[in-house]
Design a protein around this ligand. Sequence first.
Ligand SMILES: [Zn+2]
Length: 317
Amino acid sequence: MEFTREFPDDAACLDYLWRARYSSDGRHADCPECKQRRMFKRYETAQQRQSWSCTHCGHHLHPTAGTIFHKSSTALHLWFYAIYLITSTRCGISAKQLEREIGVGYKTAWRMFNLIRNSLMTETPAPLSGNVEMDETYVGGKPRAREIQAMARMGLGPMQAGQAAARAKKTTVFGMVERGGKVVARVVPSEFQASAFGHIEAHILPASHIFTDEAAAYSALARKGYAHRRIQHAARVYVDGDVHTQTIDGFWSLLKSGIRGVYHSVSAKWLQSYLDEYAWRYNHREHTERGTGQRRMPVGEAKFRLLLARAAAPLAV
Ligand SMILES: [Zn+2]
């Protein structure tokens, strides 16, 4: 798609919101005062966010009310373009890139970036079922030499000191994915065993088949009523028939290459936002690869339209 042809200015973006929210034909809408379908006219004022008014009773409808665009001093057109940029690239862009591309200050770019990500790209998928893989991984920076030395002074060998220092520096992430379905990823405490079952019970239907590695944390799965199979990674077995964790491994590599390529590193404070963004991308992957509806859409276009439709709906409060 050509973004600038479809959304050349603020008026075109506002018209999109008006049609998406209230008026499929752009002229008629249900008037909450008249309690029936009425003709509406665009109410021309000097205000930045214009409204439409009922030609019968004068009631105003505001297409941006309650959305992420509400009360923002940034032009609607720049908001739409930011959503386009974030969805039209496979791995996303950083707030810094957004600042350069749309020509706003860094604080504004950062705020827009987080509103788009935290309000539009977070969603809790329907419970996972069938064949579900789960695993934990560690995300974060490389340890410094003195941090490894500190571990070595505690009596660890060089290899173990390196691993322990890396572990201390990283944040633990727990992920669950249904094969052929959706993923849920959460930042968890480094001793995540205690919290893992809360996440498992919240997101996975009982009697699902769960595949994990041999970590002790998963031992209680069978007692909780799940069918549980383990792959012996320590014995260098990675696939044994349908027993493997390659689907969640695939998500981890997508996440980590994204963080390396786009963001370079991520602080623990923001990690859950990144997990949500990458889970959203993964969970809507069919909207990139095949397109939906009657025609095939190029990479990212369907994702853009999906996110734009969500942006047009008022935020839940
Ligand atoms: Zn009316």
